[in-house]
Design a protein around this ligand. Structure first.
Ligand code: 9M6
Length: 240
């Protein structure tokens, strides 16, 4: 994988995205605005436009009990589960499997009225990161998705408007060993999630429409995805 043409970009993007994900939303003066909250889940956005297009960066933080960071990243990264949890997905193609932890996808998303239908072409990379604090712990796992150009999937060639996205799912497993020294069970683990995304919608769509879509779709997506992983793993051995 290190020899692949995308490798340098993947390496740089992962480092940059993980560093950004680790930054707190700080004092809200830094421009992050809380726009959705549900229990442990908090969703922030910054209102940003690029030549008239809404490209609001999104940062969500969440803590989920009973699953590990590896498990969350595995179900987010692996194509075979995506239709189960990604409700806005109409079609997905694995264009290239660069290695077991790096895949290139083409996805068509269901049309969200009144915007025209979108598609995305992106590489996706999953990796374990050393947790600076405790090296031997379960550590940090991340999946980074970033749009890329593919000659065989030219942008805006068919009915879809091409979106440009950069997404980072950063997960830290927290283990609270049982007092009695017994084996660690799912009651003793939780996962701290940071999900960052910047989606440039490609073609024009009304700012009010896009912001309404983001406000509705992102909380739904993160709640549905985490519930899916909890359900998929509840009767399985823990994978760190
Ligand atoms: O985390 S991922 O990599 C998971 C892999 O699937 C990912 C997340 C989000 C998108 C995405 C692509 C297009 C659009 C819009 C833009 C104009 C009209 C459609 C949206 C809007 C925000 C809404 C949305 C939010 C969350 C989930 C799905 N829909 C989101 C794509 C990939």
């Amino acid at each position: 994988a290190c020899s692949h043409r995308l490798w340098p970009e993947i390496e740089n993007t992962v480092m940059e995205q993980v560093a950004m994900a680790k930054l707190g939303v700080g004092e809200c003066g830094a421009g992050w605005q809380l726009f959705a909250e549900d229990g442990e889940m908090k969703m922030y956005r910054r209102e940003e436009e690029m030549n008239g297009l809404v490209v609001d960066p999104l940062k969500a933080v969440h803590v989920v009990k009973g699953i590990t960071g590896y498990e969350l990243c595995h179900y987010f990264f692996s194509p075979q589960y995506r239709y189960d949890w990604e409700t806005t997905l109409e079609h997905m193609v694995v264009v290239e499997t660069i290695s077991e932890d790096t895949i290139v996808f083409q996805q068509t998303h269901k049309r969200i009225w009144p915007a025209s239908q979108r598609d995305a072409v992106f590489w996706s990379h999953m990796r374990k990161l050393s947790d600076d604090q405790d090296t031997e712990g379960p550590g940090l796992w991340a999946v980074v998705n970033k749009s890329t150009e593919l000659p065989n999937y030219p942008a805006n060639a068919g009915k879809c408007v091409r979106v440009y996205l950069t997404v980072c799912l950063l997960c830290q497993t927290l283990v609270n060993p049982p007092k009695n020294g017994g084996p660690v069970t799912r009651e003793d683990i939780s996962c701290k999630i940071t999900y960052c995304s910047v989606v440039n919608p490609g073609g024009w769509a009304p700012a009010s429409v896009l912001r309404a879509v983001y406000k509705r779709e992102y909380p739904k997506f993160l709640k549905r995805f985490t519930a899916y992983v909890i359900n998929q793993t509840k009767d399985k051995p823990i994978t760190f």
